[in-house]
Design a protein around this ligand. Structure first.
Ligand code: 6R9
Length: 694
C-alpha cells in the first residue's frame, strides 16, 4: 500500500518518455538496478516523525508551491522581527531576458539572526540548555556552553569588535579551526551587522590572502595553532604570510585577534607583531557580557563564503539575513526530524557552507544542542566518531560519503564496539552517496534503524533543496529523493527545455527559495553568467540529475569543470594554474576520475618545458606545488592523485583542450574515445595512451 502511495503521489507525472540523447560522458548513468530498491522507515519512526507520511509531505509541499508567500511567512512569524516585512513577502526575477537577476525575501523586515539563535531561545526558558558541546582533538579534552553562556561570550567579542571600529556592513575574516570560538565569532559578527567571511583553516596563505584582498576586512580572527590528529599546524604563521601578501596588493589589516589554543601551542612560541596582533584571552574577557543588537534589514548581507568555480578565481557567494535564517532553520528541523531533546552532530567544518548552515545557524535557531569537534575521525583510531556518539548520546549524525567510505574500509569492528543506541537519524552531504556506502551507513552504523537524509544542496543554495524527510518516504539507497518545501527542481535538456517524467539532464531550479544566494560579491555579472544564463528562466546548479519512474531524484555529479574530491569543490582551473606556476611545467590539464574513497580524484596531464626529462622527483615537486599554492597541510585534497606525462594535449583547431578525451584516457575507457578527427593533431591521443603507465 505504501508503495502505491508513493507512486500515486510522486511529484511529477511518470513515464513521459525517456531521453537518450544526452551526453553520457558528462551526465553519468542512472543507477537503473537501484531504482526498485525501497527501504521503508519503521512504523515506530514514522509515527513520531514531524512529517509521518507521503501524504503529509504532499500536502505541505503543494501548499509551499501554490502559496509560497503564505507558507513562508507563516514560518517566519515564529521568529522575532523588530519590524515585520512589507506587504510583498518576496520578489524575484530569475530570467536574464527580463532584466537583472534579483531575489528578495522579507524585504523591509527588520531582524537579527544572532538574536533569534540565542536571545530568543533564552527568553523561551532555554538559557541553561547546552548549546555547544566541544570535543577536542585528544580524548578527554572537552568543554560545553549553555545558551546563556554562549550569548555572554558572543556579546564580549561583539563589544570588542565594535570597540575597534567594526560597523554594520564591514567584513571580518575568520580563520579558525573547530573551536567554540569559531561559531562564537560568526555570531558576534552577526550581532553587530558585520559580514563574516570564514576561510577554512586549512587553506594556504595565498588562498587566504586572495580572500582578504577581495573583501578588505576590518579584522582577522585566528588562533596560534591547531592539532589535527598527531600533527600541529601553525595557523598564525599562515595568517602572517597572508597579511604580508595582501599588504602587497594594497590591503592592510589593522587587527589580528589571536586565540591561544594551548593544547596545540604555547603563546611564547607564537610569532607576534606588536600593535596588530592581540591575544583573545587577554582582551575579550574584559568586555561586558551584554551587547545591544544591531537590527538589520532582511536583505542586509550576513556572510560571504568563497567557493570554487570553473575559472581560477574563487566566487564570493553572498547570503543575506532574513531568508537564510528562515530557510536554514526550517530545513534543519524537517530534514533531521529535529525535536528538542536531540543531540546533533555534524562533522563538517564551519569553513564550508555545511558548517555555516548546519553547525551554527540552522541548529542554534532551533535551540538545539550541537557538537563541535576539533579533531579528525581517524584519531586516535577509526572508532572516534562512535566514541563521540556514545559519549554525548548523539541522536542526529550528519556527515559526508567520503568519511563513510573511509571508515567502511577500516572494518565493522570499529563501529560495532560502540553502542550507538542513541542514533535516530543519519545524514549525508557533499557528493552522491554510492549505494554500497549508503547500505553500510544504514545497516552497520545505524543498525538498520535510522533513516538517512541524503541532502543535496550547494554553497549557493544556503540550505537543502532535495532531501528525504525521515519517516515520510521509503528511501532508495543513493537517491536524494524529493524536493524540500518551496523548491521546484526541473531537469532540462541541453537546449534548456524542461523534461518531464523519467529522464536525465541538467538540474535547474524554477523560481527562488528564501535561502538562495543573492549575488557573487562584487561581480553580479558573473552571478548571472554562471547561474542564470546557461538555461534562461532557471537557476542552473551545475549538476546532472536523473529522475526515475517514481519521481525520485538521482544526482549524477558536476557537469562543469569542477571536481568533487571528498565533498570539496575544486576547480580544475585552480589546480592547473598551480601546476603551471612550476617553472618546469609548460601546460597542464586536469580532469576528475572515479576514486574509491574520495569519490573523485584529481588526474593531471602535464606537459613539461622543452628539454626537461620526466622524473619521479619532478612528479613530487609538481604535487608539492599544488599543495603549497592551493591548500596547505590539512586535508591535502587538492594534490593530484596521478600525474600523467603529456608530450602534447588534445586540442581543437581553435586551441580548446578536449577534456572529454582526457577523461576517457584517465579512466582507461580507451574504446570510448569518440571522434578525434576534429583535433588539431590526432596523434597526441596515441602518445598519451602510450605514456599511461609511466
Ligand atoms: C553542501 C555542499 C555543492 C556540490 C553540488 C553537488 C555536490 C552536495 C550532494 C551532492 C549529490 C548530495 N553535492 N551534496 N551531490 N548528492 N547529497 O556540499 O556544498 O561545497 O557548494 O558543493 O556538491 O555536485 O553541486 P558545496
Amino acid at each position: 500500500n505504501y508503495l502505491r502511495h508513493v507512486e500515486s503521489l510522486a511529484v511529477l507525472p511518470s513515464g513521459a518518455g525517456k531521453i537518450s540523447h544526452l551526453n553520457a560522458v558528462i551526465l553519468g548513468e542512472a543507477l537503473a538496478s537501484e531504482e526498485n530498491d525501497l527501504v521503508f522507515p519503521s512504523e515506530e519512526f514514522s509515527r513520531q516523525a514531524l512529517v509521518p507520511s507521503p501524504m503529509k509531505y504532499m500536502e505541505m509541499y503543494r501548499r509551499s508551491i501554490e502559496d509560497p508567500a503564505g507558507f513562508w511567512s507563516e514560518i517566519a512569524s515564529e521568529f522575532y522581527w523588530k519590524q515585520k516585512w512589507g506587504t510583498t513577502v518576496y520578489s524575484e526575477n530569475l530570467d536574464v531576458r527580463k532584466g537583472p537577476i534579483k531575489i528578495e525575501w522579507f524585504k523591509g523586515g527588520i531582524t537579527n539572526i544572532c538574536y533569534n539563535a540565542l536571545d530568543r531561545n533564552i527568553e523561551a526558558g532555554n538559557g541553561d540548555k547546552i548549546a555547544i558541546y566541544w570535543e577536542g582533538n585528544d580524548l578527554g579534552q572537552d568543554g560545553s556552553l549553555t545558551y546563556s553562556s554562549l550569548l555572554e561570550k558572543v556579546c564580549q567579542l561583539a563589544n570588542y569588535l565594535k570597540d575597534i571600529g567594526v560597523r554594520k556592513g564591514d567584513a571580518v575574516v575568520i580563520y579558525l579551526p573547530m573551536l567554540m570560538e569559531l561559531p562564537i565569532a560568526m555570531l558576534a559578527c552577526a550581532r553587530i551587522g558585520a559580514i563574516h567571511s570564514v576561510v577554512f583553516a586549512g587553506f594556504s596563505a595565498d588562498s587566504l590572502a586572495q580572500r582578504i584582498v577581495d573583501c578588505k576586512p576590518k579584522a582577522v580572527i585566528t588562533c596560534n595553532a591547531v592539532r589535527r590528529g598527531p600533527k600541529v599546524i601553525h595557523l598564525k604563521d599562515i595568517v602572517d604570510d597572508a597579511l604580508a601578501e595582501s599588504a602587497k596588493s594594497g590591503v592592510s589589516v589593522d587587527v589580528c585577534l589571536t586565540y591561544e589554543n594551548q593544547s596545540a601551542m604555547n603563546r611564547h612560541d607564537t610569532k607576534w607583531q606588536k600593535g596588530r596582533d592581540i591575544w583573545w584571552q587577554d582582551t575579550i574577557p574584559e568586555y561586558p557580557t551584554t551587547c545591544e543588537i544591531e537590527w538589520v534589514d532582511a536583505e542586509d548581507p550576513l556572510f560571504l563564503l568563497y567557493t570554487s568555480g570553473s575559472t581560477g578565481k574563487p566566487k564570493g557567494v553572498l547570503h543575506t539575513t532574513g531568508g537564510y535564517m528562515i530557510y536554514t532553520a526550517t530545513t534543519f528541523k524537517y530534514a533531521f526530524d529535529y525535536k528538542p531533546p536531540d543531540i546533533y552532530w555534524c562533522t563538517a567544518d564551519c569553513g564550508w557552507i555545511t558548517g555555516h548552515s548546519y553547525v551554527t545557524y540552522g541548529p542554534l535557531l532551533n535551540g538545539a544542542t550541537v557538537i563541535v569537534f576539533e579533531g579528525v575521525p581517524s584519531y586516535p583510531d577509526p572508532g572516534r566518531c562512535w566514541n563521540i556518539v556514545d559519549k554525548y548520546k548523539v541522536t542526529l549524525f550528519y556527515t559526508a560519503p567520503t568519511l563513510v567510505r573511509s571508515l567502511m574500509r577500516e572494518g565493522d569492528e570499529y563501529v560495532t564496539r560502540y553502542s550507538r543506541k542513541s542514533l535516530r537519524v543519519l545524514g549525508s552531504v557533499g557528493e552522491p552517496i554510492n549505494p554500497s556506502a549508503w547500505r553500510w551507513f544504514f545497516n552497520i552504523v545505524g543498525d538498520s534503524r535510522c533513516p538517512i537524509s541524503d541532502t543535496w544542496w550547494q554553497t549557493e543554495t544556503g540550505g537543502f533543496l532535495i532531501t528525504p524527510l525521515p519517516g515520510a518516504w521509503p528511501q532508495k539507497p543513493g537517491s536524494a529523493t524529493f524536493p524540500f518545501f518551496g523548491v521546484q527542481p526541473v531537469i532540462v535538456d541541453e537546449k534548456g527545455a524542461e523534461i518531464e517524467g523519467e529522464c536525465s539532464g541538467y538540474l535547474c531550479i524554477k523560481s527562488s527559495w528564501p535561502g538562495a544566494f543573492r549575488t557573487l560579491y562584487g561581480d553580479h555579472e558573473r552571478y548571472e553568467t554562471t547561474y542564470f544564463k546557461p538555461f534562461p528562466g532557471y537557476y542552473f546548479s551545475g549538476d546532472g540529475c536523473s529522475r526515475d519512474k517514481d519521481g525520485y531524484h538521482w544526482l549524477t555529479g558536476r557537469v562543469d569543470d569542477v571536481i568533487n574530491v571528498s565533498g570539496h569543490r575544486i576547480g580544475t582551473a585552480e589546480v592547473e594554474s598551480a601546476l603551471v606556476s612550476h617553472p618546469q611545467c609548460a601546460e597542464a590539464a586536469v580532469v576528475g576520475v572515479e576514486h574509491e574513497v574520495k569519490g573523485q580524484g584529481i588526474y593531471a596531464f602535464v606537459t613539461l618545458v622543452d628539454g626537461v626529462p620526466y622524473s619521479e622527483e619532478l612528479r613530487k615537486s609538481l604535487t608539492l606545488a599544488v599543495r603549497k599554492q592551493f591548500h596547505c597541510q590539512i586535508g591535502p585534497f587538492a594534490a593530484p592523485d596521478k600525474i600523467h606525462w603529456a608530450p602534447g594535449l588534445p586540442k581543437t583547431r581553435s586551441g580548446k583542450i578536449m577534456r572529454r578525451i582526457l577523461r576517457k584516457i584517465a579512466s582507461r575507457q580507451l574504446d570510448e574515445l569518440g571522434d578525434t578527427s576534429t583535433l588539431a593533431d590526432p596523434n597526441v591521443v596515441d602518445q598519451l595512451i602510450a605514456l599511461s603507465d609511466c
